[in-house]
Design a protein around this ligand. Structure first.
Ligand code: UDX
Ligand code: ADP
Length: 456
């Protein structure tokens, strides 16, 4: 029986390993983490991350060929294949602070693997890493006296949160990078065979290690760039009475452009986009490529502009003062179907509103606990109310910041009746029926569309 160990039981490691275990009953998968609470939670009905469909996948394999443990050393020692899926946040100190990846957790893992291994292993980079990290990894693994051989592969994960299970079950592609040596190719084939259990072989792409590493950063940079591009146009739409929905549809029907990822919004969030672009910027700069670095940095700058622009619209439309006004925030997660709030645009929006002394009431169906932790400095000032209708009671404005489906189905007449007048609604996700809201009596503002307002 092939034995796999995955170091890191987070948003990537947990679901990915659960899917491998489900699809390959003859492979034993052990997920290890230093976080005891997380490891315990994976073995209960209350999983540490919210992801539609994940419960069933875990339940099917847990205890059969899927195990969770805090014994990192044992997990590594027993495995033939070790996935490393630990966090690689943006560095907050020293050289490259604010841009480069913080590789300390990654290197600690490499050292641990070297320390405890007594047999040859395939090491798989699952975390998103700067190009040529595998080289550093190999140096650490093969440093000093050792008879054990490690073959490093890059197998970046492209799953998106909220659709992780569908993405893992039926991915557009799986990418595996390996060295062009006989042992590199043999290791690569071992991993290809595992994925081929449920993924058609033509969708399993192979490449050299550096290409695989760079492709992950590039994919996220391109996706984020699309969001920033459409958001840049949304600002122009508001100035010109063009409608961003119509523009996105018109350009998206060009098969070269395609319709996906063209939804204007308050901005992109999530743990990957900003971090990966800044990582790309840092890489470009460290190779002396200033123009490419500046080009990609602008994608992040555009995102920050969009978040602040939304707050400015709120402020200006509410007569340039929101001090003391109750504002209900509908949604704090960085997108629907996840409890994740990392880099959520809601953080910046709430901070800027709080700086104007607005009274904030935050509501979210899944992200309330994380929301509280994201803004510790405002914890005493912000009210948290899971029921959005209650959050809106007595409010001057509702701001929709996350595209949760349930926000479409609320009784907006009841919400309107319970609010201060004029009642403002800011749709930061362009997801509600603006005409219907206007007809109820709301002053409606959205992204990249003309406002619908009764005020003269
Ligand atoms: C992303 C990548 O999609 C995934 O392939 C990679 O593995 C990790 O990073 P994720 O961060 O989970 O996944 O979410 P994604 O669906 O890409 O959305 C990112 C952000 O962009 C969200 O805040 C979302 O609301 C926003 N977005 C997305 C838009 O504002 N408009 C769009 O059209 C699409
Ligand atoms: P991602 O979104 O990339 O999956 P997460 O932060 O959700 O990132 O998960 C990374 C996990 O890796 C965390 O649960 C963390 O405790 C774990 N981790 C970090 N360093 C180590 C280490 N040296 N050994 C074991 N687990 C680690």
């Amino acid at each position: 029986m092939t034995k796999i160990c995955c170091i890191g039981a987070g948003y990537v490691g947990g679901p990915t390993m659960a899917m491998i275990a489900k699809q390959c009953p003859d492979v034993q998968v052990t997920v290890v983490d230093i976080n005891e609470k997380r490891i315990a939670a994976w073995q209960t009905d209350d999983l540490p991350i919210y992801e539609p469909g994940l419960d069933e996948v875990v339940k099917e394999a847990l205890g059969r060929n899927l195990f969770f443990s805090t014994d990192v050393d044992q997990g590594i020692r027993d495995a033939e294949i070790v996935f490393v899926s630990v966090n690689t946040p943006t560095k907050t100190f020293g050289a490259g602070a604010g841009c480069a990846s913080d590789l300390q957790y990654w290197e600690l893992c490499a050292r641990r693997i070297k320390e405890v291994s007594t047999s040859d292993k395939i090491i798989v980079e699952k975390s998103t890493l700067p190009v040529r990290t595998a080289e550093a990894m190999e140096r650490v693994l093969h440093s000093g006296q050792t008879d054990v051989h490690f073959e490093v592969l890059s197998n970046p994960e492209f799953l998106a949160e909220g659709t992780a299970i569908a993405d893992l079950e039926n991915p557009d592609r799986v990418l595996i990078g390996g060295h062009e040596t006989p042992s590199g190719q043999k290791a690569l084939q071992t991993l290809v065979d595992i994925y081929a259990t449920w993924i058609p072989r033509e969708r399993i792409l192979t490449a050299n290690v550096w290409s695989a590493e760079l492709s992950k950063l590039t994919a996220n940079a391109f996706l984020a760039q699309r969001v920033s591009s459409i958001n840049a146009i949304s600002a122009l739409c508001e100035a010109t009475e063009a409608d961003i929905g119509e523009v996105a549809h018109a350009i998206g029907t060009d098969s070269r452009i395609g319709p996906k990822f063209l939804k204007a919004s308050i901005g992109f969030g999530g743990s990957c986009f900003k971090k990966d672009i800044l990582n790309l910027v840092y890489l470009c700069e460290s190779y002396g490529l200033q123009a490419p670095a500046d080009y990609w940095r602008q994608v992040v700058a555009m995102n920050e502009y969009q978040e602040s622009r939304f707050v400015k619209t709120m402020l200006h439309s509410m007569f340039n003062t929101i001090a003391g006004k109750r504002i209900a925030i509908f949604g704090f997660a960085f997108k629907a179907d996840t409890g994740d709030t990392r880099e959520s645009p809601a953080i910046k929006v709430c901070r800027e509103l709080a700086a104007e002394h607005a009274t904030l009431v935050v509501s979210d169906p899944q992200a309330m606990e994380h929301a509280k932790l994201e803004m510790p400095e405002l914890a005493d000032e912000i009210e948290f109310e899971v029921d959005p209708c209650k959050a809106a009671e007595g409010a001057h404005a509702v701001a929709v910041l996350t595209d949760w489906k349930q926000y479409k189905e609320l009784d907006y007449q009841r919400i309107f009746d319970s609010m201060q007048k004029p009642a403002f609604l800011f749709d930061g996700r362009n997801m509600l029926d603006h005409q219907a809201l206007f007809d109820i009596g709301f002053e409606v503002y959205s992204i990249g569309k003309g406002k619908k307002t009764h005020l003269k």
